[in-house]
Design a protein around this ligand. Structure first.
Ligand code: DGL
Length: 260
């Protein structure tokens, strides 16, 4: 088994999530790093991660990283806030020479928009209960209301990015804050980036912040610093894999190509 990152610039980059959510990060990555090849792994069989224990998500993440390393990747992107919170620190200890880039709920950029109103921060129960989030909250949590959203990623998995059932979910989630002055909404789960249009209908003109572009910029910096950026004449591309068989791959592809 290949336990080491393949440190060749033209090796692919491995990216994973519990399902289709990480495709929102992949879309950004393909845009900003057109010469790179990406292998995206959706661990659909074990989704959702956000309502599982930290130990369970760590074990699942370890397995996915092993699979990706066996495919010869030069770096790993954890395109999942929940897996970042549960596993990034351990994985970095276990693979010290492997570039591992991960997500962060956008509380820091949101704190710059906060004045006298509130910031709503949406993430999975696992992310909000985690140490990483507590640390971020201690630094940038002024005015932030944290909203765990069990069941929300499932809408995205089903390809239901709008519609009455989703609106009923959001009505319940947002009703207590109807009278608040909402200054920003943090999308702290990569699945939720696909729900921007539906969420924007509740908060017209309010910035909706995800960490996708920041993560990809960090990926580019790390690859550059380690001499691992693909050469400019390399033809980039995407390979999609799933622990759940062919059907989730078709949904991933549809979201990758969607005009959102
Ligand atoms: N997309 C994931 C995240 O960013 C997790 C969704 C889930 O599996 O619960 O947190």
């Amino acid at each position: 088994m290949n336990e080491e990152a393949k440190s060749l610039p033209n090796a692919p980059i491995g990216m994973f999530d519990s399902g289709v959510g990480g495709i929102s990060v992949l879309r950004e990555a393909v845009r900003l790093l057109p010469n790179e090849r990406f292998i995206f792994y959706g661990d659909t069989k074990h989704a959702p991660y956000g309502t599982k224990s930290k130990e369970n998500v760590l074990a699942l993440s370890r397995n996915v990283v092993k699979e990706l390393l066996n495919l010869g990747v030069k770096a790993i992107v954890i395109a999942c806030n929940t897996a970042t919170s549960a596993a990034a620190a351990d994985l970095r200890r276990e693979y010290p020479s492997l570039p591992i880039i991960a997500m962060e709920p956008a509380l820091k950029p949101a704190s710059m928009l906060h004045q006298d109103g509130v910031v709503l921060s949406l993430a999975t129960p696992g992310t909000i209960a985690g140490e990483k989030y507590a640390h971020l909250y201690a630094l940038y949590g002024k005015g932030v209301i944290s909203l765990p959203c069990p069941g929300l990623m499932e809408f995205v998995e089903r390809g239901e990015l709008s519609g009455p059932a989703l609106n009923t979910y959001f009505d319940g989630l947002f009703a207590p804050y109807a009278k608040e002055k909402v200054e920003a909404v943090v999308l702290g789960c990569t699945h939720y980036s696909f729900l921007k249009k539906s969420i924007a209908a509740y908060f017209p003109c309010v910035p909706l912040l995800d960490g996708n572009e920041g993560t990809v910029r960090q990926l580019r910096r790390r690859l550059e610093a380690q001499g691992l950026l693909a050469p400019k004449d390399e033809k980039g591309g995407v390979e999609l894999l799933s622990s759940g068989g062919e059907e989730p791959i078709a949904r991933m592809k549809a979201l990758l190509d969607a005009d959102l």
